[in-house]
Design a protein around this ligand. Structure first.
Ligand code: FAD
Length: 414
């Protein structure tokens, strides 16, 4: 029995991909992440930091381009394979897995079918030294959940004013404003997938998706953000002061924006759930190993029924997370954008991230005082898990938007 993979249809290629990613996660990602976790945000991204040697190793193996199609230099993996590899990488580090996937969102732009997009995706996919980093920016200092709650009435409320806006000027758009300190890869990225308002009369629904390089006049960046968890992930503001981009840089316009964003969240939310499953499994492994070595009451912790019960609950939670997140990701990836089901993505993300918090907390309990110590990795995993409940949409607001959708569209049963 191969624990932690209930799928009966994994072939030899899937198992090879899983084993290779697991080795990379164990030998490279985990030790790098632990080292970076203790550093300041500035030190993490300074030249010569272990972050950059990690990026080079990961890019060489193609782990930065898992979701990209072969047509632009990606690996052409199946959604099941993407999901399997991602979970393994996140076992090593949630933050570094996110750092490698700040351009996952380019998938949404690729769907727009624009050749223009290839100017960004091809150099990104062909990069082998970790130097080409992208980002996606939607969150603003005053608008987090507002920007993600597609299908919810507030999304179309024109009285909610965006802080980053684009206006048409001849053959160009002129962008002004700022995106929040939460933009992953924000201070180190060379290009951006920017979601900003174009038509204020439609509220956040009147936004567009732009893709362009950041080496243009008027762009500036904030300092690297200091935070509780996922500390190995760089984040920071991006400011726009009369930044001019060609009109074709807008790959999705206001007429299609809400549908495009919903389709995009249908992929990213279950993927955050997949990463959280890997993170939770890491905590389970730590707790199980520890319980097999530590003695209390004259026997190993693992021999006490209450510890076995806790371990079983953790095992069950990880397995349930995987099944829901994998199924939601594979389903949504396999469907055309208009046929995707965001509510399954939201269900997967909210379930798996809460599960990661619960499992990492249980792991701390099993380690006792040592679980709180920096000598053991579970306290880091707990801090990382806390960040997952907010990343890619806070669980509360995703649940509200998901509930609104389910209540409005779920068929009435006789
Ligand atoms: C690790 C990490 C990575 C991230 N990466 C990126 C990135 O790459 N790019 C990017 O643009 N952003 C990114 N973010 C930002 C993230 O998407 C936002 O933090 C998230 O959408 C929540 O927004 P907020 O922090 O402004 O919280 P707020 O929206 O201010 O919400 C605060 C609280 O109020 C609740 N709330 C908000 N609105 C409602 C409502 N209408 N009804 C009821 N309750 C409500 C929320 O659920 C939450 O509990 C990242 C965040 C994290 C933690």
């Amino acid at each position: 029995m191969n624990f932690f993979d209930l799928n009966l249809d994994l072939g030899p290629e899937d198992m090879d991909l899983k084993a290779t990613a697991a080795t990379f996660a164990r030998e490279v990602m985990r030790p790098t992440a632990v080292e970076l976790d203790l550093m300041s945000p500035e030190e993490v991204i300074a030249a010569g930091s272990p972050f950059w040697s990690f990026m080079a190793k990961a890019y060489k193996l193609g782990y930065h381009k898992l979701p990209f199609p072969e047509a632009v230099g990606g690996l052409g993996l199946t959604p099941l394979q993407i999901s399997i590899i991602m979970e393994e990488l996140a076992w090593g580090s949630f933050g570094l897995t996110l750092a490698l996937n700040t351009t996952l969102d380019a998938a949404v732009a690729l769907e727009a079918g624009e050749d223009f997009v290839n100017q960004f995706t091809i150099p990104y996919c062909s990069c082998t030294d970790g130097s080409v980093v992208g980002c996606w920016a939607i969150t603003e200092p005053d608008h987090g959940s507002d920007t993600l709650m597609t299908g919810y009435p507030s999304f179309q409320d024109p009285s909610i004013k965006a802080q980053c806006r684009a206006r048409r000027d001849g053959d160009e758009y002129v962008i002004n404003g700022q995106k929040a300190a939460w933009v992953s890869g924000g201070t180190i990225s060379k290009s951006i997938l920017l979601m900003c308002q174009v038509d204020a009369s439609k509220g956040h629904a009147g936004s567009g998706i732009f893709i362009f390089s950041l080496d243009r006049p008027g762009v500036s960046k904030g300092k690297a953000l200091d935070k509780l968890g996922a500390r190995e992930l760089n984040q920071g503001e991006i400011y726009f002061d009369d930044v001019r981009v060609p009109k074709k840089a807008m790959v999705v316009g206001p007429d299609h924006y809400e549908a495009a964003l919903a389709a995009h969240l249908s992929l990213t939310t279950p993927m955050v759930g997949v990463w959280s499953t890997g993170l939770a499994r890491a905590a389970f492994d730590e707790a199980l190993n520890y319980s097999r070595e530590r003695q209390q009451g004259g026997k190993l912790l693992v021999e006490h029924p209450n510890v076995q019960e806790k371990l079983f609950r953790m095992f069950r939670t990880v397995e349930a997370s995987r099944q829901l997140c994998r199924a939601a990701f594979v389903y949504n990836w396999s469907k055309p954008p208009e046929k995707r089901a965001p509510e399954y993505g939201f269900a997967a993300k909210t379930f798996a991230t809460q599960a990661a918090l619960d499992v990492t907390s249980d792991a701390i309990q099993i380690l006792g005082g040592n679980g709180l110590s920096r000598e053991y990795v579970v306290e880091k995993l707990f801090r990382d898990a806390r960040a997952t409940l907010i990343c890619d949409g806070s669980n509360d607001s995703l649940a509200i938007a998901g509930g609104h959708s389910v209540a409005g569209t779920y068929p009435r049963k006789p």
